[in-house]
Design a protein around this ligand. Structure first.
Ligand code: XLS
Ligand code: NI
Ligand code: NI
Length: 442
């Protein structure tokens, strides 16, 4: 991939980020991410399928509830909305190609500012779709997924598809239609639903059953429309337990899988799992991954990390090699993502104000994932990890244990076996040994 510049260069003085290996002193180089290196039968680039998130990288201005923007972007200078959106897209593709990121992801309103006029919004999105099409063609960068922001506008304060007012739901439909049209026109490989305000603030004013039925009906309606337009990709639901609502209906992986099954959506939908959302749900990220993998529902990943002291979605860039190694063990054993990839749903801090900080953040995240992938692959290839885990279940491989798994033993059979064999010997779970294997290969 070569750098794609627009009319002006936004990240001056920073060139293409290249692999230089673990010994390099260059902060603008990869130590572990070597896109052409083969791991588990694919190149790193094909395995990890990294994506840049438009919202945090080119819209997130560092503001928080206590203060306004700290990131003043040069691509926001023009007054015309379309021109501003084009400048931002120039900056985005310059960054994405300098980083050699193969994919990007966006919400409709990240690409271009929306108004209260649906026809005007559609016109803006169509203009930007044409522009993005050229950018993708010139650079080779692809769209991993598109989505619609159904949570920022005040009309969505009581939810979008789960709003008690049908009029609001219809507006959400209009917005999703346009975002789907754009995603399809750009060859987007997937489409994401993150249920921003699909939940409740208090059950006192909420008919949960009705809202969930509306949500399912909305997803069916959107899915049917996209399929009719020829969309072949996956739809992903992104679980999160709370924030901004007190309770979000897509609480965690298990809840979403149950919902999709109940409403006959399992064939078209998979999960987009986010690290920080798992933390907020009181789970490890590996728990969420394993639940999804076991159900054949692992679609994609929003990579970031939370903060051990703060209970909100801090969306920091990933840097924990132990945690990611454990995550990549699960992804590798599952044979990779089902159509998705690794999207950096992460933002630099409010006080990270140098243009270079966005590079450091992505370099760190990509290197940590690459190193985790290599480590996990080594563990699976060279260590006793898999054997140790399988051995714990050996009693189900033969004899009565096998018969139990096959469903041919009765409760009386279990009792007879217990009496015949007497008290079982204690068997260690060897947790510390398992933990040491991870560190041994890092
Ligand atoms: C917010 C979500 C959001 C989705 C896309 O917490 O992570 O960024 O990924 O709407
Ligand atoms: Ni996300
Ligand atoms: Ni999030």
């Amino acid at each position: 991939m070569s750098i794609l510049l627009g009319e002006r260069e936004y990240f001056k003085g920073i060139g293409q980020i290249k692999y230089e290996g673990p010994q390099t002193d260059n902060p603008f180089a990869f130590r572990w991410y070597d896109e052409n290196k083969q791991v588990a039968g694919k190149t790193m680039k094909e395995y990890l399928r990294f994506a840049c998130a438009y919202w945090h990288s080119f819209n997130g201005d560092g503001s928080d509830p206590f203060g306004g923007p700290t990131h003043i972007f040069p691509w926001n200078e023009k007054s015309d909305a379309i021109q501003r959106a084009k400048d931002k897209m120039d900056a985005a593709f310059e960054f994405i190609t300098k980083m050699s990121l193969p994919y990007y992801c966006f919400h409709d309103v990240d690409v271009v500012d929306y108004t209260n006029d649906i026809a005007e919004n559609d016109k803006r999105m169509q203009a930007m779709t044409e522009y993005a099409k050229q950018k993708q063609q010139q650079s080779g960068v692809k769209l991993l997924w598109g989505t619609s922001n159904l949570f920022s506008h005040r009309r969505y304060m009581n939810g979008a598809a789960t709003n008690p007012d049908f009029h609001v739901l219809a507006h959400a439909g209009a917005q999703v239609k346009a975002a789907l049209d754009a995603t399809i026109a750009l060859g987007g490989e997937n489409y994401v639903f993150w249920g921003g305000r699909e939940g409740y603030m208090t059950l006192l004013n909420t008919n949960m059953k009705r809202e969930l039925d509306h949500f399912a009906r909305f997803l069916h309606t959107a899915k049917d429309y996209a399929r009719k337009q020829g969309f072949k990709g996956s739809f992903f639901i992104e679980p999160k337990p709370a924030e901004p609502t007190k309770h979000q209906y897509d609480f965690d992986a298990a809840t979403v899988i149950g919902f999709l099954r109940e409403h006959d959506l399992l064939n078209d939908f998979k999960l987009n799992l986010e690290v920080n959302h798992a933390t907020l749900a009181g789970h490890t990220f590996t728990h969420e991954l394993q639940v999804a993998v076991d159900a054949g529902m692992l679609g994609s990943m929003d990579a970031n990390r939370g903060d051990y002291q703060n209970g909100w979605d801090t969306d920091q860039f990933p840097n924990n090699i132990n945690e990611l190694t454990e995550a990549m063990l699960i992804v590798l054993e599952a044979g990779g993502f089902k159509g998705g990839g690794i999207n950096f749903d992460a933002k630099i801090r409010r006080n990270s104000t140098d243009p270079a900080d966005l590079f450091h953040a992505h370099i760190g995240g990509m290197d940590t994932f690459a190193r985790a992938l290599l480590t996990a692959d080594n563990i699976l290839q060279k260590s006793s990890y898999k054997k140790l885990r399988n051995d714990r279940y050996a009693s189900f491989d033969t004899g009565k244990g096998k018969e139990f798994e096959a469903g041919t033993l009765s409760l009386e059979d279990l009792r007879n076996y217990a009496i015949e064999k007497g008290e079982p010997e204690t068997k260690s779970g060897q947790q510390e040994y398992f933990e040491n294997i991870i560190n041994q290969y890092i």
